[in-house]
Design a binder for this molecule. Structure first.
Ligand code: ADP
Length: 607
């Protein structure tokens, strides 16, 4: 057995690899299938090598069987090389778009060459050496494998050169090792034919392949990562789509809200005024839905942020109450407010988000209550500079079934849809509320009895503003008096959308302003360069050819240009305002344009 140690070790390794490979779940890829044939062929080769060792030893007794076994061993070794070639060929052509027909042709050609080689192996003579326990076979039949191996090597190099872009890819490592070791082994084998290292080398490659590129675990992880990447890409495409959609919806909404708003102030019959109010209410609902979709996409992209500033708490509560009352409308519902009077007027936090959270609870109470009472309680606990606000919204509405409460904060989840056919909603509100509360380190709890009513309690921590003179002054400056005469000050409107210009003009109508408009950034720049002077410019951001951002860059490069520029945008992402101000804009108005916000801007810049 002197020269059979390598073969015996190989048997141990290949059996282990086969067990490890076959007991685990494998992915169904072409190269994994080829690898399966590679290890099986190697297993048979090793077994056959051991059998040959015995038959050559007893050559005199069983010459015919020895001949068959020895030549079959050569055929198996040759088959191993063919499968390995198929493997390399497949991974090197993966990135090339090949058509199926050329694959079929190549397979047919390979099969033909394979059959010819097998025929030659069985036909040509093979000689045997058996001296001092050194046993091996040699001769023309064995040389067929040597020659074909050289050809295969050349073919591998061709595959590697063709796929040189992916040359460093881990999948090629085992083959580099195999090529280098094969050369060494062929030289050793030729010099010392008694050392049977070729079969062992093949097993060694199977082992390397298993631990580098063909381990079922590694492959599954790779597949999972690829699936994860695909899902992330799809998700980000969805997020982009949603924010684009929200932008697209805002633009026509701007026209609807703008015209209705001005119409509601004009001398029109009462019944038209009522209808206009309904349009405004419906637009508000639509805007709420669009904002909800935008918020959800931001939550998924992890872009939702909390921006803290000082704010007037009492004013926010007043706005919440008037919004809830308009939501209750004519329904026979009594609205009760219980407010802790010790809450300071000025707090520090994200007033927009706090308002959004509480408004959602109040709107839901108004939506899901047909009659009875809604009690809105605000209490607080003060500790040093911090205040914990505790909001409770209790209603006598339809209530929530006990088994549904767990699903309440999942997005798109509308509970008991069958009972709510006439109540509009998207199922996004509470999911956003929960996420916002998480971001503000707040909490929400629900108590509800189906058929009797629900109670939502949320708490949010805020800071107390000590020095209020600055924000008081700011507030004084922004008190909105809707009848202002700006004494023919000159305004330039820049927007590519004619309807938007019309809306803005309508909103600016009663303030005695001299309004000019242009429909592109270039025209705006031309007007400024040709010496036109304006007191204020309203500049749309999203315009074809030249965006508002590009226009402001050019305008600000001119040191003589001092006119304040307000950006108009349907891009209502949080943090956008800061971004625009950093770019050089003096102010920011989001579409649909709020008349009061617009007036604040006019008062600030036109005095
Ligand atoms: P939406 O109101 O748009 O459907 P929400 O996320 O705000 O979405 O609410 C999710 C679901 O929770 C609602 O569809 C409704 O079934 C239930 N719900 C929320 N608030 C109340 C409430 N005050 N009374 C009864 N059911 C409610």
């Amino acid at each position: 057995m002197a020269n059979n140690y390598f073969t015996l070790c190989s048997l141990f390794y290949i059996v282990t690899i086969c067990i490890a490979f076959f007991i685990k779940e494998r992915i169904n890829s072409v190269e994994t299938k080829i690898y399966k044939y590679i290890i099986l062929t190697n297993l048979f080769t090793v077994i056959m090598a051991i059998i040959c060792f015995i038959t050559i030893k007893h050559y005199d007794l069983i010459p015919f069987i020895n001949e068959i076994c020895s030549k079959t061993l050569i055929v198996l070794m040759f088959t191993f090389h063919i499968f390995l070639t198929a493997y390399i060929y497949y991974i090197s052509t993966k990135n090339i778009n090949k058509n199926k027909n050329s694959y079929v042709l190549e397979i047919q050609f390979t099969l033909l060459v394979y059959m010819i080689c097998i025929f030659l192996i069985y036909l040509l003579p093979l000689y045997y050496h058996n001296e001092n326990n050194v046993i091996y076979s040699y001769g023309p039949s064995a040389n067929v494998t040597y020659i074909s191996t050289v050809v295969i090597f050349i073919f591998w190099i061709y595959c590697l050169v063709r796929d040189r872009k992916n040359f460093k890819n881990k999948k090629y490592w085992p083959f580099f090792v195999f090529m280098i070791l094969s050369l060494i082994c062929v030289i050793i084998q030729k010099m010392y034919p008694g050392i049977l290292v070729l079969t062992a080398l093949e097993t060694f490659i199977c082992v390397i392949m298993y631990f580098t590129i063909e381990n079922p675990d590694l492959k599954l992880i790779k597949e999972l990562n690829m699936a994860k990447d695909r899902a992330e890409k799809a998700n980000s495409a969805k997020t982009d789509f949603l924010s684009n959609m929200s932008h697209e919806i805002r633009t026509p909404l701007n026209a609807i809200v703008g015209f209705s708003e001005t119409l509601s102030r004009e001398n029109v019959p009462e019944e038209i005024k009522d209808e206009v109010k309904d349009i405004l209410m419906a637009s508000d609902n639509l805007l709420e839905i669009v904002n909800g979709i935008l918020d959800i996409s931001k939550i998924e992209a992890d872009k939702l942020e909390i921006i803290n500033t000082p704010y007037n708490f009492n004013k926010m509560i007043d706005e919440l109450i008037s919004l809830t009352k308009s939501r209750i409308g004519d329904k026979p519902i009594e609205f009760v407010l219980k407010k802790d009077q010790s809450i300071p007027e000025y707090l520090y936090g994200d007033s927009g988000r706090v308002k959004q959270v509480i408004l959602n609870l109040l709107t839901n109470a108004a939506k899901y209550t047909l009659e009875g009472k809604i009690t809105f309680t605000i209490s607080s606990v003060i500790k040093g500079d911090a205040i914990r606000l505790i909001f409770s919204v209790e209603d006598t509405g339809i209530g929530i079934k006990e088994d549904k409460i767990d699903k309440l904060f999942s997005k798109f989840e509308r509970l008991g849809v069958e009972d709510e056919i006439t109540i509009e909603g998207t199922g996004l509100g509470l999911a956003i509320t929960k996420r916002l509360l998480d971001l503000m380190h707040g909490k929400i709890v629900v108590q509800s009895t189906y058929g009797e009513g629900s109670k939502f309690i949320a708490y949010i921590d805020q800071l107390i503003v000590k020095d209020i003179t600055e924000i008081k002054n700011k507030e004084m400056n922004t008190i909105v008096d809707l009848n202002v005469n700006f004494g023919n000050k000159k305004i330039l409107l820049v927007d590519d959308n004619e309807l938007n210009i019309k809306v803005a003009k309508r909103l600016l109508k009663n303030y005695n302003l001299d309004i000019e408009d242009v429909m592109s950034g270039q025209e705006c720049i031309d007007r400024i360069n040709s010496g036109n002077k304006y007191d204020l410019i309203f500049l749309d951001d999203m315009m074809p050819k030249m965006s508002g951002k590009e226009v402001i860059k050019i305008l600000k490069n001119n040191s003589d240009f001092k006119t304040p520029v307000i950006v108009l945008t349907a891009n209502a992402l949080t943090g956008m305002k800061e971004e625009y101000i950093n770019l050089g804009f003096d102010g920011y108005l989001s579409k649909p344009i709020d008349r009061k916000e617009m007036l604040k801007v006019l008062k600030k810049y036109l005095g």
